[in-house]
Design a protein around this ligand. Sequence first.
Ligand code: ZN
Length: 342
Amino acid sequence: MSRVVTGWSYFGVRNPQHVAEDLDDMIRHHANAVLFTLSEEDVAFYLDTMRELVELAHERGLLVYVNPWAWGGVFGGEAFSGFLARNPDARQIDSAGEPVPAACFNQPKFRDAMLRWLDAASHVGADVAMWDEPHFFVFEWDTELAARKGRWTCRCPQCAIRYREQYGGEMPTQRTPEVEQFRHRSILAFLDEMSREARSRGLKNSVCILPPTFRLDDGLLRYEDVFALEAIDYMATDPYWNEKSDATWVEQQYRQNAQWLLRHATASGREPEIWIKNFRVRKQQECFIPLATRISYEAGIRRVFAWSYLGSAYMSSLRSDDPLSVYEIQAQAFALCHEQAR
Ligand SMILES: [Zn+2]
């Protein structure tokens, strides 16, 4: 395999016959890896089908990632959570005492559910478990709950118990430095446990953090602490542009985040990894794809992935203006990475 790892995420198709054709197509477009989303629905209804898809990818020499796509509402992704419907008592509770549609990292039921996800990831034969954008609930991202902006999570009974154990008092309703620290430590402890469990099942671990330069309110105070976790192999981020971004923004954000990743990954002996936006790419933004890929490569990143296959043509909410063009442009950018690495 080339020293460069390139590939797309893949979802929405579970028919092995069609997936085989798509995998061949990806390989012709300079991919040597693929990320299959492994949602709650996949684990409940497609488990052996997913195993078949991973086999198809392995037969073709592709490295296979899986991610807990939107599991419990705490990871990135466009999938609904059955866990939340069945376990309302495991939801995060906000600072005003109201639940939000996301599971709490500290709830044993959710941790058990994630262990079952890891069993599934191992059963399907994946190589890498990718922990995608783990975060405490971000109110601004939720159109229905955006009005609660200013609140924070989590003050569920389990968090109250753990807070008392760690800080020796009642958990405040105000956002104190101790509360910030507690949130940070809660995500770290979760990732530490999950990544060790993944490793014990023979999986490598990639964590994709939200871009450090975005300074989002996800609960993590120092992203570099994630690198310090023992079982993390790859550290990724995804500085996706929005509809208003221009080329200068893309250049700056990819450069800063790529350099940040490289600095911390090298210091901790991990490999950096970056994601390029291949969804909702407006026609005039297609030139951002080779730009972001080139900047990441030049910064020293050798694991470059794009979200998602075919410019996300098959999911209308994510579809790019000209998805096939996005796909071809990303493929050319991947090809250039492989050529330069020779
Ligand atoms: Zn909680």
